[in-house]
Design a protein around this ligand. Structure first.
Ligand code: FES
Length: 161
């Protein structure tokens, strides 16, 4: 047994690298190959998912959400969660409806509807959006996402694409 270890050391030192170094290099190569394969798989997955979202009609969209009209409160709104996203459906004084994502377009905090001021407020960086979701102040780069709605049989259908 001792003789075998000595032989290994002698052989490896004469070759310029010990057997431990060789196995380390082999495993490091394996690790790099594995990381490279993983990165390629993630990149391809992202590419195909983006392509799927772009090409498939309604692909990747959430199914419509049905909200009974009577859920809209006296202040003219109803907040909900759909597919993990907070949203709001609002009814104007003229009876028209609109729905928005309550995800701030800055860093994705949840904004709150302030009916007394008729504006959305993001507490994370003091941003304000108007009742149409447009940015009034603060760092958000774009308006709140507006969702498609349809009214059918006393229900609001909210389509999130
Ligand atoms: S996350 Fe809303 S303003 Fe920054």
């Amino acid at each position: 047994m001792n003789l075998r270890i000595k032989e290994d050391l002698m052989t490896s030192t004469s070759a310029g690298a010990s057997s431990k170094e060789v196995s380390f290099i082999t495993s490091r190569r394996g690790l790099l190959k594995g990381l490279g394969g993983f990165m390629a798989a993630v990149g391809l997955g992202s590419l195909f998912y983006g392509l799927y979202r772009f090409l498939a009609p309604g692909g990747g969209s959430l199914p419509s959400l049905e909200i009974p009209l009577n859920k809209i409160n006296a202040e003219g709104f109803y907040t909900f969660q759909h597919g993990g996203l907070p949203g709001i459906v609002m009814q104007d004084e003229d009876g028209s409806l609109q729905a928005f994502s309550l995800v701030c377009t800055h860093l994705a905090c949840t904004v709150a509807w302030k009916p007394e001021k008729k504006e959305f407020y993001c507490p994370c960086h003091d941003a304000i959006f108007d009742a149409q979701g447009r940015v009034l102040s603060g760092p958000p780069p774009s308006p709140l996402e507006r969702w498609n709605i349809q009214v059918k049989n006393d229900k609001v259908l909210i389509g999130i694409v």
